[in-house]
Design a protein. Structure first.
Length: 627
């Protein structure tokens, strides 16, 4: 039984308070160096140019001058704060926050509250910037829940009752005598697109790994646009919004992206509201008026006459008129408005309502975040896979209370008739796919003919291997036991990491390095633990045997690999202890992601005596060929 919306609001407050306190505690106790390594802080920084952007917000550019290879957590919409370091090493925080407009590997553009704050930033001598607590997203989620709880006699109230009741069933209305045909889709995808068109309330497109969920969703959007003038498309992350925007743009669909893309490319930037706004013929006139107004604001108060105030009022009125006209033109030209779930509350969308809302990545979104966008729609389509990564919930109490249960899970449980499972997958060969299909999807998946028997070598190359550290004789090998690093970084197993690199080096020798380069084979090295990932990256940087292939090798956490795929994947499971403790490896959804990233070959490294006390790993171990 799903928790009530009121319970959910209470748990969300607990999560907010927990995250706020955790950030305060970390800020007080953790050194700058550790925060930099965690990707939560840039220090030192250099301050670049400042300017007013197209939306008349004061922006400033900052860059990090050291540790530029460390992956960071800064992205569009995140809240940050500035600090200065004095001669004794003490940190002094500036008394305001800023918002990330966009960030790449080494530089960021931040939006400041006003010009007075700009002077404070430029005065920093040994300055840095770090993530700050994000009150805004929590406020938006709580406001959305309050609106849903209080809704009466309107469409939002009806959608709430559908969520709360197992007796009120989702409705479907056939819009044509026969099903729509899409020869380029498989039958399960075709059925899902038809259901998207026919659903009156809600539909769930359940897309297991490699089954073409985005392809189906894009086709669904295009088909709905044959019947509706405009739709709203959202996702939990900026990356997911960028991906579906790119796919729609390739189909020739006019898209306006609210917010900045995660990866700043000219192609993606061209779809943003800000770029479209700047490109309007009336924008130069508006820019000139805004510039004049800023100059007038610097006029001393004693010099301001009645005619001065009248002039300012006329200019403001003209600026407002131009801004409204440009905004209307930008939105009128778009068939798809795209934003993150929190971004759907952007003031630019105030008063806008859509018949249809699409939410991609909905299995990774808190339910409250989904309601932010659902408030703007009459019906909604959820796409995702609740057998993969869940939303991030940091508070143990909130997690135990059920805050991590998503709207997609709730509706899939109470309204199975609203679910359309995509059953043909195009990523993995039959052997790689079978275990995940049997364990997570009731054996209903099938490999497409073109990938079913695909492999790198011949039939002698087993697609699934388990390199078992429990079988290595102690006299012949280092200690393969895990070590605890810290609450954030979890566990590390250095001997297993070294064995992982040796295993990859051996496979490259067997395959032939030149052939791998010629065929552009790519590799993924995955571990659930950050400390193991960082150690693996260090080992890779020192490996002479893998140096020519380094650009084709990605090392990252399971979470970072969601939505990605590689030809060959190695998974280092880390856990090795006499007690059989496996920690958060018990979250099998995370492991489903890890073992379904490979197209052609999967190599798992782990200690069977520790892991196989759990039924899942016992079955997985049995499904793999021993190395």
């Amino acid at each position: 039984m799903a928790i009530s919306l009121r319970q959910q609001a209470e748990l969300l407050r607990k999560e907010r308070d927990y995250e706020r306190e955790q950030l305060r505690r970390d800020t007080e106790t953790m050194g700058i160096g550790r925060r930099v390594k965690r990707g939560e802080c840039w220090y030192p920084i250099s301050v670049g140019r400042s300017y007013y952007n197209a939306l008349d917000r004061l922006a400033i550019e900052v860059a990090r001058t050291e540790d530029t290879e460390i992956e960071h957590c800064f992205e569009y919409g995140r809240t940050v704060c500035f600090f200065d370091v004095d001669g004794t090493g003490q940190l002094h925080y500036l008394p305001f926050t800023a918002t990330v407009s966009f960030a790449d590997d080494t530089s960021m553009t931040l939006i400041l509250p006003d010009e007075g704050k700009l002077e404070q930033v430029r005065a920093l001598e040994r300055g840095g910037v770090q993530l700050s607590f994000d009150e805004t997203t929590y406020r938006l989620m709580l406001e959305a829940l309050a609106a849903v709880i209080g809704a009466k006699g309107n469409r939002l109230a009806e959608l709430r009752e559908l969520r709360n009741s197992g007796t009120v069933q989702p409705r479907f209305t056939r819009h044509s005598p026969e099903s729509l045909r899409f020869p380029w889709l498989n039958p399960s995808q075709e059925e899902a697109v038809n259901a998207i068109v026919d659903c009156h309330d809600v539909l769930i497109v359940h897309g297991p790994p490699g089954t073409g969920k985005t392809t189906t969703l894009v086709e669904g959007v295009c088909e709905v646009l044959r019947r509706e003038p405009q739709v709203l498309v959202c996702a939990q992350s900026n990356t997911a919004v960028d991906w579906i925007c790119g796919q729609l743009a390739e189909r020739g669909v006019p898209v306006v992206r609210i917010g900045n893309p995660a990866r700043v490319t000219d192609n993606m930037l061209s779809h943003t509201y800000e770029r479209r706004f700047e490109a309007h013929p009336d924008y130069p006139q508006l820019w000139q008026i805004r510039r004049t107004l800023r100059q007038l604001r610097s006029t001393p108060r004693k010099s301001r006459s009645e005619s001065f105030h009248q002039k300012v009022a006329r200019l403001r009125e003209r600026a407002d008129e131009l801004e409204i006209r440009i905004r209307q033109a930008v939105f009128d030209s778009a068939r798809v408005i795209a934003a993150t779930l929190a971004g759907s509350a952007n003031p630019l969308l105030t008063g806008m309502h859509f018949h249809t809302l699409f939410i991609d990545e909905s299995a990774q979104a808190l339910e409250a975040a989904c309601w932010i966008a659902i408030r703007k729609a009459d019906r909604f389509i959820l796409a995702g896979d609740h057998c993969q990564l869940p939303p991030t919930v940091k508070s143990p109490e909130a997690l135990k209370g059920g805050l991590g249960t998503t709207l997609m899970e709730t509706l899939a449980t109470t309204h199975p008739t609203a679910v359309r499972l995509l059953t043909v997958q195009y990523r993995m060969n039959e052997t790689l796919m079978r275990f995940s299909s049997d364990w997570f999807y009731g054996g209903r998946l099938e490999a497409a003919p073109e990938v079913r028997h695909r492999s790198l070598l011949d039939d002698m190359d087993e697609p699934m291997l388990w390199v078992d550290t429990a079988l290595v004789p102690a006299a012949d090998a280092p200690d393969y036991s895990e070590e605890f690093v810290g609450a954030t970084y979890g566990r590390i197993n250095k001997a297993e990491a070294e064995l992982t690199l040796r295993t990859l080096e051996g496979y490259v020798r067997r395959m032939g390095r030149d052939r791998l380069l010629e065929e552009r084979v790519d590799f993924g090295i995955i571990s659930p633990y950050k400390a193991q990932v960082q150690y693996l990256r260090r080992l890779l940087s020192r490996s002479e045997a893998l140096r020519p292939l380094r650009r084709a090798i990605t090392v990252n956490t399971v979470d970072a690999f969601q939505g990605q795929e590689r030809d060959v994947v190695l998974v280092s499971l880390v856990r090795a202890n006499e007690r059989g403790e496996i920690g958060f490896l018990r979250d099998l959804r995370r492991m489903n992601v890890a073992i379904t990233r490979a197209r052609l070959k999967l190599i798992i490294l782990g200690n069977s005596s520790t892991l196989c006390r759990h039924a899942f790993y016992r079955r997985l171990h049995a499904a793999c060929h021993p190395a």
